[in-house]
Ligand binder design. Structure first.
Ligand code: EPU
Length: 339
């Protein structure tokens, strides 16, 4: 029987360091413990909250229920050919250590996703992405436990409705399944993806064909460390907003006013804009606001250096949303989960 702890502080378990508490907390390391945790919550009619690395959550209030901290560990090669390997990682494995493990074993594909905070089980929920790669490109299947029934359910990639920072687990199946492991199809032949502008810039002047996956990983680490604050030092949850997609006519109107505005193609008749640029233009970069701040190196990141309550961060987020709406007629959507 896992240990159920009452009135538990979540401050060290969310990278924004918000001082919230949970009525009950339990850490689980296997399927049986998950089932026991679900039974505990069911018997007491407690809502549950599933916690991984805590790197994409803003606690607005104390949680009146049971926090289930998913700590399942383990790695298994499930299939192998001359060119590819299918590796299954348990949900509680640390994301960056997983990327490193793959590189150390000559399994390639995840290197652009180096240094993203969080756990393996959380990665598919928001389809983590960085430097030209999204995790959906490498996932073949997930194993889960259905919360209502306690039964194991497998999802193939096609059933997960992956999209930019989105999946079925944020939509129709939100809070319905616990992801227990993820299988990735990785290449045994070293290939690199250097399409992202910041990587092209990093390797400019070099022979791109000769760049190794290990060098890509190191480049991503260096770029991230130069722009993104380490949550251990300055509490944050990475990007606080999604990059917005606008239609072509809106885009053309803005381009007349801001000819240097960066943008990316986003399907027929649409463009994606960097929210960081919009926030920067609106004058928020590096600004302090009631003790919380907009990071000085990357305007998309809000920081909580004084470990204040979630409401203060959300007030800053709302003020930024209002500025961007007034100046660009664009609605910025908050990217982390708010609870
Ligand atoms: N920019 C500014 N001001 C800033 C920062 C950036 O004008 O303060 C401009 C840059 O000049 C560039 C553009 O915005 O033209 C894009 O910047 P960057 O390459 O840093 O990427 P991003 O769009 O801001 C996204 C992801 C990050 C991911 C990077 C790299 C989202 C919401 N964010 O940021 O993901 O690491 O690309 O691929 O899609 C996260 O989700 O937590 C995260 C950090």
């Amino acid at each position: 029987m896992p240990l159920f702890l009452p009135k538990f502080s979540l401050q060290k378990l969310n990278t924004l360091a918000v001082p919230a508490t949970a009525d009950f907390y339990v850490s689980v390391t296997n399927h049986n413990e998950i089932k026991e945790a679900l039974a505990f919550a069911r018997e007491r009619e407690l809502p549950i909250f599933l916690l991984g690395g805590g790197s994409n959550i803003v606690f607005e209030n104390n949680f009146q229920g049971l926090v289930i901290h998913l700590k399942l560990q383990g790695v298994q090669v499930v299939q192998e050919t001359d060119d590819h390997v299918w590796v299954n990682f348990a949900a509680g494995e640390n994301w960056h250590q997983t990327v490193e493990y793959c590189l150390d074993n000559g399994y390639y594909g995840l290197e652009n996703l180096s240094l993203i905070p969080g756990s393996v089980g959380a990665a598919p929920i928001q389809n983590i992405g960085a430097y030209g790669v999204e995790v959906k490109d490498l996932i073949t299947e997930l194993s889960t436990i259905e919360i209502a029934s306690g039964t194991e359910v497998y999802f193939l990639n096609e059933s997960c409705q992956f999209a930019y920072r989105d999946s079925i687990f944020k939509q129709a199946f939100k809070d319905k399944y616990i992801i227990t492991s993820v299988t990735f199809k990785l290449s045994k032949i070293a290939k690199t993806n250097l399409t992202y502008p910041a990587l092209q810039e990093y390797f400019s002047g070099e022979d791109l064909a000769a760049v190794t996956p290990e060098e890509v990983s190191q480049a991503v680490i260096n770029i991230r460390q130069s722009k993104l604050p380490d949550p251990e030092q300055i509490p944050n949850v990475g990007s606080f907003f999604k990059n917005p997609v606008i239609d072509q006519s809106h885009f053309e109107k803005l381009m007349k006013q801001y000819p240097k505005m960066p943008s990316y193609p986003a399907g027929d008749n649409h463009r994606k804009l960097p929210a960081a640029w919009l926030i920067d233009q609106a004058g928020w970069k590096g600004k302090e606001f009631n003790g919380v701040a907009v990071h000085s190196q990357q305007a998309l990141v809000l920081t909580n250096p004084n470990k204040l309550i979630g409401r203060v961060i959300l007030d800053l987020a709302n003020a930024i949303q209002k500025s961007v709406k007034d100046q660009f007629a664009i609605d910025l959507e908050i990217e982390p989960r708010v609870y």
